[in-house]
Design a protein around this ligand. Structure first.
Ligand code: ZN
Length: 327
């Protein structure tokens, strides 16, 4: 990103999640103002598919709507998005819910990310790069967006197509989308997985309409969780996370790709599951996909609130970087 060299900060990392064989180091940029982390050795592009044989986006898990608590949460979330982003699929609206959301640590950004910070623009074109099994596409389609998806994982593409969604297989660079095709592009935890993030952002810029919006979320190398758990931090995820950004590194990369009006922040959205998984790995040497239980939920909530408090004094310490910009 900045051209500086990096030193290995972790050695002998292995895949604790899906058991891909090998050992990797993680390097960190020597420039404190950049702080990018990257995997060493970098997998060859042709071997990337083998890292995703057992990935968790292969199935669309329908959210359980049976629980009354979940139903209340969904009503509140939907009311907030209606009010904040101009969607009107719910008759609740207004100032109260927006202020309520501000009082709940991390909940507001979680809700912002549930529509990927996209204001209502019925009939506009959005591209979900790295759409996985299509959960976000489905929600945005219900809210009036014309949704298009893309993923390099054939099983994820199949799962999304089974929902009736229009999804292509491959990388953005390989597609022949015309210049200025989309009003918005979203990338949820994607940029850390690609071999050439700069090319990816340049391609986004090319296929966005002038002034079109790019929104992405990615793990934050400066997060409290990384400081606390080091090599056990969930965000490292070797060998699938090839680059792990800081707010500064993503800013620099996006400027290089020609984006304007950058908004970069860090958030505690999903900190509960990231911190819980990191704790499991540091204690047991094992990592499994996050499962909600009373224990993980209660512990995670307390930790997410703690991180939210920390964020008041250290705004760069959230678990995720949330990045928004205009083409
Ligand atoms: Zn750097």
């Amino acid at each position: 990103v900045c051209g500086a060299n990096g030193d290995a900060i972790y050695h002998d990392l292995s895949d604790h999640l899906f058991g891909v064989e090998g050992e990797w180091s993680m390097r960190q940029c020597s420039d404190d103002q950049c702080g990018l982390l990257w995997l060493d050795p970098m997998p060859a592009p042709e071997s990337l598919g083998a890292l995703y044989k057992h990935y968790y986006t292969h199935n669309y898990d329908k959210p359980s709507t049976a629980s009354p608590l979940f139903a209340i949460y969904e009503h509140l979330r939907s009311a907030y998005c209606s009010a904040e982003y101009g969607y009107s699929d719910n008759r609740w609206s207004g100032i109260a819910i927006r202020y309520l959301a501000r009082l709940l640590p991390g909940v507001r950004t979680q809700w912002d990310l549930s529509v990927f910070c996209l204001s209502a623009r019925p009939g506009s074109q959005v591209l979900d790069v790295g759409c996985g099994s299509g959960r976000m596409m489905r929600r945005l389609a219900e809210l009036g967006w014309q949704v298009h998806g893309l993923d390099f994982d054939p099983k994820a593409v199949e799962a999304a197509r089974n929902l009736g969604l229009e999804v292509r297989l491959g990388t953005l660079e390989e597609q022949n989308y015309e210049e200025g095709s989309f009003d918005a592009i979203i990338m949820n935890h994607v940029i850390e997985h690609v071999p050439d993030p700069l090319e990816l952002l340049k391609s986004c810029k090319r296929v966005l309409k002038p002034g079109g919006k790019l929104v992405l979320a990615t793990p934050n190398a400066w997060s409290w969780g990384h400081q606390r758990y080091g090599r056990s931090w969930r965000g490292l995820e070797p060998p699938r996370h090839l680059h792990i950004f800081t707010p500064q590194a993503i800013r620099k990369l996006a400027v290089g790709a020609g984006f304007n009006r950058l908004q970069v922040s860090t958030t505690v959205a999903n900190a509960h599951s990231v911190l819980w998984s990191s704790r499991q790995l540091s204690r047991n040497g094992k990592l499994s996909p996050y499962v909600f239980s009373f224990r993980s939920g209660a512990w995670g909530t307390v930790m997410q609130v703690a991180e939210w408090v920390k964020l008041r004094s250290y705004p760069n310490s959230g678990e995720e970087v949330l990045f928004q910009a205009r083409a």
